[in-house]
Design a protein around this ligand. Structure first.
Ligand code: CTP
Ligand code: MG
Length: 180
């Protein structure tokens, strides 16, 4: 029962989990804020680029479409009915994950944190909140059917642990400057 909820919840979040990691690999180039400042500090900083955001979003949408192609096979194998992603849901989750991360950088700069500084809690959940809010806005009916309360609870509890794990791994592999 619980394992069914966990598998369904994590599958539903796959398009939101990929974008930030893809952005780390693809990042660089022009910053979204174009170097502009708000008061003394950068609006977003050099860590939020057009290329990273675009590639991250496309990676999330691509993964959603790919998972639609295999969800029945995988679902049968694990004995769980897995959620499929209409395009609006895929875009909402992937773009929302990126926008949540961008919003967090805005808050980090406003609170005086330098690029790369840790912001415990926000770092782990910014993309989750962004993804869920955007998916609910773009595909409300799908969101209501897919993100049941038990699944939402699993997402909020399990995602921070997954996020910490993947970032430590990316740091150890030399892909990321900080382990968060
Ligand atoms: N990245 C990007 N565009 C994004 C998000 C991430 O290009 N929208 C790339 C950048 O190269 C960034 C790296 O991924 O440095 C790591 O992302 P993140 O940890 O979110 O950025 P930080 O550099 O730590 O900056 P911030 O303090 O603003 O989070
Ligand atoms: Mg960072």
């Amino acid at each position: 029962m619980l394992d069914t909820v966990v598998v369904g919840a994590l599958w539903a979040m796959l398009p939101a989990y990929v974008p930030n990691n893809a952005a780390v690999l693809a990042g660089g180039g022009k910053p979204i804020d174009g170097g502009r400042t708000l008061g003394e500090r950068r609006v977003l900083g050099d860590g939020k680029t057009w290329r990273g955001t675009l590639v991250g979003t496309l990676a999330g949408v691509g993964l959603a479409l790919a998972s639609n192609a295999v969800d029945e096979i995988v679902g049968d194998a694990v004995g769980v009915t897995l959620p499929a992603f209409p395009l609006g849901a895929a875009v909402g989750l992937a773009l929302g994950a990126m926008l949540g991360d961008v919003a967090a950088s805005f808050l980090k700069r406003r609170s005086g944190r330098q690029r790369g500084a840790a912001f415990p809690g926000v770092d782990q959940l910014d993309f989750v909140v962004g993804a869920l809010v955007c998916a609910a806005a773009i595909a409300p009916a799908w969101f209501g059917e897919t993100f049941t309360l038990p699944r939402l609870l699993v997402v909020v509890v399990v995602t921070p642990a997954l996020h910490v794990g993947t970032n430590v791994l990316a740091y150890q592999l030399g892909l990321k400057a900080e382990p968060w």
